[in-house]
Design a protein around this ligand. Structure first.
Ligand code: GCU
Length: 127
């Protein structure tokens, strides 16, 4: 089907906070992950049918240090240490595309920080 946006600030946030103090986000803000391993955002995504698709994650990282995250789908890790490098400043957003396989109906897609720096600021995913 057509791509659908899922806003991070509307998702389930573990050790992070919804904020809007940097420009360029979509929706009402973005999630500032706590600077801690394990901080996470879990999106609830509906798929009309089972199969392969892409998760396009929009993020900003105003540091020069990579902020890797693992991606899990329905509790199974499907990508480890996906790189979210510096975007120049916190107002500059880029996307990373991660292929996934979804089941028909409701899917839980979770992006979890794997370093003590936490994740980048996350605006949304598009699926
Ligand atoms: C700054 C920035 C935040 C960001 C944080 C971080 O405080 O304003 O938006 O989340 O750095 O390092 O994660």
């Amino acid at each position: 089907g057509n791509p659908v946006d899922y806003q991070a600030e509307d998702a389930t946030i573990t050790n992070g906070v919804a904020e809007s103090n940097h420009a360029g986000f979509t929706g009402s803000g973005f999630v500032n992950y706590d600077n801690a391993t394990g901080s996470a955002v879990e999106f609830t995504v509906n798929a009309a049918s089972a199969g392969s698709t892409n998760v396009v994650l929009r993020f900003a990282n105003g540091t020069t240090v990579n902020r890797p995250m693992d991606l899990s789908v329905n509790g199974t890790k499907v990508a480890s240490g996906v790189a979210f490098g510096g975007t120049g400043n916190w107002d500059t957003w880029q996307t990373v595309t991660i292929p996934v396989t979804l089941t028909a109906g409701t899917n839980k897609i979770k992006a979890t920080a794997t370093t003590a720096n936490g994740g980048p600021n996350v605006d949304k995913i598009t699926v």
